[in-house]
Design a protein around this ligand. Structure first.
Ligand code: AMP
Ligand code: MG
Length: 267
């Protein structure tokens, strides 16, 4: 798969250049769904080797505007993955204890151990997104964080963690549709909060903040991908394929067989 979604290190991202409706060569759901099924099967096999080998870990970071599809991505892309080797962490407004530490303290504790896939539903990037846009810390504090994040991610990468970061790119119009769907469907009401509407009013400021995070923190060892996310089926497929390609490139192996496995008799 060619990957026009990767943010090259050192490049300047302008989100207006990315079409959230993009679906590549796919015209509808059906073909993409069949392809996702194949990709999911590969992912399951790869995770099994990863678990057995116990050398690598994979950290997947998901960031998006509200209703951008973080939850749906986890649900659909991770379907079939062995829950024993997978751990999802959702980062909420920091607690008092978390605020009394550096911003990476709670993040570092949640990084997956060897053999595991760790998924961050929001992440340390909130500390340069919501914190910046809503003035939750002085500029001088959040400005330093881009470099601090880069150092942190380099440390993780140097010590066996493969990092993939996905920004789920939806249009403002699509967000409106999804909020309205949440309001119409009683089973989805719980997903809606008035705070989401307040954040929507700051849409442009959030876009600037995302652009800075994507531009300043995409590195070869911790790349950002801008995923067209208006179409959930395309979003799921692209993310699944990037994960599969990345894990395949790790060339993981099952531990060597026992020398005389076929001669061991079980009494
Ligand atoms: P949700 O993901 O809908 O459950 O909402 C979690 C909320 O926590 C969002 O409004 C985030 O912006 C907020 N949040 C997450 N991390 C931080 C942070 N470091 N500082 C402030 N708010 C945060
Ligand atoms: Mg929410």
């Amino acid at each position: 798969m060619d990957q026009p979604f990767l943010v090259p290190a050192g490049s300047r991202v302008s989100l207006a250049d990315y079409d959230p409706d993009y679906t590549g060569s796919y015209v509808d759901k059906a073909a993409a769904k069949a392809e996702l099924k194949r990709s999911s099967e590969k992912l399951q096999d790869l995770q099994e080797v990863m678990w057995a080998e116990g050398k690598h870990s994979l950290l997947i970071v998901l960031q998006a505007m509200d209703a951008g599809g973080k939850d749906g991505t986890i649900k659909h892309v991770m379907r079939g993955v062995n829950p024993q080797g997978c751990q999802v962490t959702s980062f909420k407004v920091p607690t008092r204890e978390e605020l009394d530490h550096d911003f990476l303290w709670r993040i570092h504790k949640a990084v997956p151990r060897r053999g595991y896939i760790g998924i961050f539903n929001r992440s340390h990037y909130e500390d340069v997104l919501v914190v910046r846009v809503e003035n939750l810390a002085p500029e001088q504090v959040w400005q330093q964080r881009y470099e601090q994040i880069n150092h942190f991610e380099k440390l993780l990468a140097d010590t066996g963690t493969t990092i993939l970061k996905f920004y789920l790119h939806i249009s403002k119009e699509e967000q409106k549709d999804r909020f309205e769907a949440r309001l119409r469907d009683p089973h989805k009401n719980w997903k809606f909060s008035m705070e989401d509407v307040e954040k929507r009013e700051l849409w442009d400021s959030y876009m600037r903040a995302f652009e800075d995070a994507l531009s300043r923190c995409s590195a070869p060892w911790a790349p950002w991908y801008v995923i067209p996310a208006n179409h959930k089926w395309y979003r799921n497929l692209v993310i699944s394929q990037i994960i599969v390609d990345t894990l395949t490139s790790l060339d993981m192996r099952y531990p060597p067989p026992l020398p005389n496995a076929d001669q061991i008799a079980i009494p």
